[in-house]
Design a protein around this ligand. Structure first.
Ligand code: ADP
Ligand code: ADP
Ligand code: ZN
Length: 214
């Protein structure tokens, strides 16, 4: 059971690295951010509840995200493992995850802590672009698509996320420090945490991660 948690501030590269791990190790990426954005797009009850928090750069209430993850972990494709990208983000979420994994007889093998300087995070998030078709991640400067504004894989238009605006990013970074950073301490006690320097070449960072996982 290869259960992985990707920890790190907004812009650390969790989504970028999760997609690579998912491809090579054949385990699903579970991104609470993606699932919440999907719910908002579809106008579900949960989406309506979540939208206001997301637009302001706040965190969606614990019980909502815990519910999503609990359901998702029971899907058949999580049988061999899974990559949690953006969850847990608070201590109560981490505690709930401990209960859920134990109930479902699943196991978190490793917690990868992606480390990036705060000044770089802002630049990364301001230039982030996402494919509306396949979810691939780009950056206008650090990881540009071959044709401007279009996905390399499917040719579909790239968009900028509504919450990737300077003011909202600032709030998200403050919330990260306050609510999510304490998780580093929480997981230190388990002996499962590995820190990964997450600046520089995307492929080189992935090579380090793959080494840890093998
Ligand atoms: P990023 O990694 O750029 O911060 P995500 O796509 O992971 O963004 O999350 C986008 C937004 O979705 C967050 O700012 C937050 O409002 C909400 N969200 C995602 N995951 C969680 C979570 N585990 N707990 C609470 N809110 C979440
Ligand atoms: P997260 O999911 O942690 O919020 P992303 O994977 O979405 O982070 O990456 C944020 C932005 O930074 C994207 O535009 C991505 O292309 C870019 N990025 C990811 N890894 C690197 C890296 N090693 N160097 C420079 N930019 C990167
Ligand atoms: Zn695409």
């Amino acid at each position: 059971m290869l259960g992985i948690i990707l920890l790190g501030p907004p812009g650390a590269g969790k989504g970028t690295q999760a997609k690579k791990i998912s491809g090579e190790f054949a385990i699903p990426q579970i991104s609470t951010g993606d699932m919440l954005r999907e719910a908002v797009k579809n106008g579900t009850e949960m989406g309506k509840k979540a939208k206001a928090f997301m637009d302001q750069g706040g965190l969606v209430p614990d019980e909502v995200v815990i519910g999503i993850v609990k359901d998702r972990l029971q899907a058949p494709d999580c049988g061999k493992g899974f990559i949690l990208d953006g969850f847990p983000r608070t201590i109560p979420q981490a505690q709930a995850l401990d209960r859920v994994t134990s109930d479902l007889k699943k196991e978190i093998r490793v917690v990868l802590s992606l480390e990036v300087d705060e000044t770089e995070l802002m630049e990364r998030l301001c230039g982030r672009r996402t494919c509306t078709g396949c979810g691939a991640m780009y950056h206008v400067k650090f990881n540009p698509p071959k044709a401007q504004g279009k996905c390399d894989k499917c040719g579909i238009a790239l968009i900028q996320r509504d919450d990737d605006k300077e003011e909202t990013i600032k709030t998200r970074l403050i919330n990260y420090k306050k609510m999510t950073e304490p998780l580093l301490q929480y997981y230190k006690g388990t002996g499962k945490i590995r820190s990964v320097m997450a600046t520089g070449d995307i492929g080189a960072i992935y090579a380090n991660i793959a080494n840890i996982l093998r």
